[in-house]
Design a protein around this ligand. Structure first.
Ligand code: CA
Ligand code: CA
Ligand code: CA
Ligand code: CA
Length: 350
C-alpha cells in the first residue's frame, strides 16, 4: 500500500491468476491514482458482482482526497478473460476524514438475485456523531453502479463503526448472505471495548442488527471480522470476531458457529500467545487447507516476537476430521469444539 510506482504512497495491489502453474509473477497490477492514497490498504474478492462468471476484485484507498482530505475511495475491478487495471466502479467517501475504503469486502449475495454485492467501510464518517462511522452496501447487477443501496451507521461518536466489514456467509442458512460489521471503539462494554454487529437478510435499505457482540474495556473487539466458511461442517457458515486488545494486547478471536438463531456466545476461542501480540489483527477464512472437508481459519498476530521482535506470526487453525491415527486408518469423530491448545498443536504440526 506504500508502493511509490505512481506517486509517493499512492499504493498498489497485485492480482495473481490461479492455475496448475500458479507462479509468483503478478498478472494484473492495480495502482493508486495519487500520492498518499494508500491504495491497497484493503483488498478482497468482490465475488461476481456483474454475474458474468468471472470473479471481481475490490480495493480501498482510504486516504484518497477526492471528496475532501482523506475522504477515501474504493475501486471495483471486474474480472474477465482479459482483466485490465482500469477501475469499473469508483465508490467515494461522503466527506473529509471518512476514510472510506479502510475496509472492503464482498458481502456475498445479500438479496439473493444471483449477483454478488459489496461492502465498504468508512469508519471516520460523522453522520451519526463524530467518527461514529458508516458502512455501505452496493448491490451487484448486470450493470453495477456506485449508487449506495444500503447504509449502516455507528451508534455513537468515536465508535469507528465500519473499521472492519465482511460477509458472514449465510450464517443462518436461509439462502441469503449475511454481513458482520465492527465498531472497534464502541464503549458499551467499557472504554474502547468494541462491538460487532451481525445483520441477517439485509434486503431493504438500512437494517437493524440481528445480533450484537460486545467486548470488555480496552478489548478493541471488532477490529477485524470475517466469514470463515463452515468450520464445523454443519452446513451453516461460521464467522470470526477479533479483539486485539484483550488481555494486555495478547488478543483473542471468537469463532461463532452459524445456525438458524444466532447468539452471542462464542463457540470456539483462540488466543494470542504473549502480551502485546495483538492476535486477531487480521482474520480470514483459509478455505479447506488440508482437504478434510472442514473449512480452516487464519489469524494474524503482527506483534508476536517468535521470529524476532515484532516479526509477527500467522496462525492457521485446522479442524481435525481425522481424530486419531490407528494402524494407518483414520478414526473419524463428529465435529467437537476444538480448544485453543489443540489449535496451537495443529499450528506446530504444520
Ligand atoms: Ca464478474
Ligand atoms: Ca446480490
Ligand atoms: Ca442468511
Ligand atoms: Ca458451521
Amino acid at each position: 500500500m506504500m508502493n511509490d510506482g505512481i506517486a509517493t504512497n499512492a499504493g498498489r495491489a497485485y492480482v495473481y491468476f490461479g492455475g496448475v502453474a500458479l507462479n509468483s509473477v503478478a498478472d494484473v497490477v492495480l495502482n493508486g491514482v495519487s500520492a498518499n492514497d494508500f491504495f491497497g490498504h484493503s483488498v478482497s474478492t468482490a465475488g461476481d458482482v456483474n454475474g458474468d462468471g468471472y470473479s471481481d476484485v475490490i480495493a480501498g484507498a482510504p486516504f484518497n482526497d477526492a471528496a475532501g482530505n482523506e475522504s477515501g475511495r474504493a475501486y471495483l475491478f471486474l474480472g474477465g478473460a482479459l482483466m485490465n487495471n482500469t477501475a469499473d466502479i469508483t465508490i467515494t467517501g461522503a466527506a473529509a476524514g471518512d476514510n472510506l475504503g479502510h475496509s472492503v469486502s464482498t458481502a456475498g449475495d445479500i438479496n439473493g438475485d444471483g449477483y454478488s454485492d459489496i461492502l465498504t467501510g468508512a469508519y471516520g464518517n460523522d453522520e451519526t456523531g463524530s467518527s461514529a462511522g458508516r458502512a455501505y452496501v452496493h448491490m451487484g447487477g448486470m450493470d453495477p453502479d456506485n449508487i449506495t443501496d444500503a447504509i449502516f451507521s455507528g451508534a455513537a461518536a468515536n465508535d469507528n463503526f465500519g473499521i472492519s466489514v465482511s460477509s458472514a456467509g449465510d450464517f443462518n442458512g436461509d439462502g441469503f448472505s449475511d454481513i458482520i460489521l465492527g465498531a472497534v471503539n464502541n464503549d458499551a462494554g467499557g472504554s474502547d471495548a468494541g462491538r460487532a454487529y451481525l445483520y441477517l437478510n439485509s434486503l431493504t435499505g438500512t437494517d437493524i442488527e440481528d445480533e450484537i457482540y460486545t467486548g470488555a474495556t480496552l478489548d478493541y473487539l471488532g477490529y477485524s471480522v470475517s466469514s470463515v466458511g463452515d468450520v464445523n461442517g454443519d452446513g451453516y457458515d461460521d464467522m470470526i470476531i477479533a479483539a486485539i486488545g484483550n488481555n494486555s494486547d495478547r488478543g483473542i478471536a471468537y469463532i461463532h458457529y452459524g445456525g438458524t438463531v444466532p447468539d452471542n456466545t462464542p463457540d470456539l476461542i483462540l488466543t494470542g500467545i504473549a502480551a502485546g501480540d495483538q492476535f486477531g489483527w487480521s482474520v480470514s477464512g483459509a478455505g479447506d487447507v488440508n482437504g478434510d472437508g472442514y473449512d480452516d481459519v487464519i489469524v494474524g498476530a503482527p506483534y508476536n516476537d517468535a521470529g524476532g521482535s515484532n516479526a509477527g506470526r500467522g496462525i492457521l487453525v485446522l479442524r481435525r476430521s481425522c481424530y486419531e491415527q490407528c494402524c494407518g486408518c483414520c478414526v473419524y469423530r463428529a465435529p467437537l469444539p476444538m480448544t485453543d491448545s489443540e489449535a496451537q498443536y495443529q499450528m506446530q504440526a504444520m
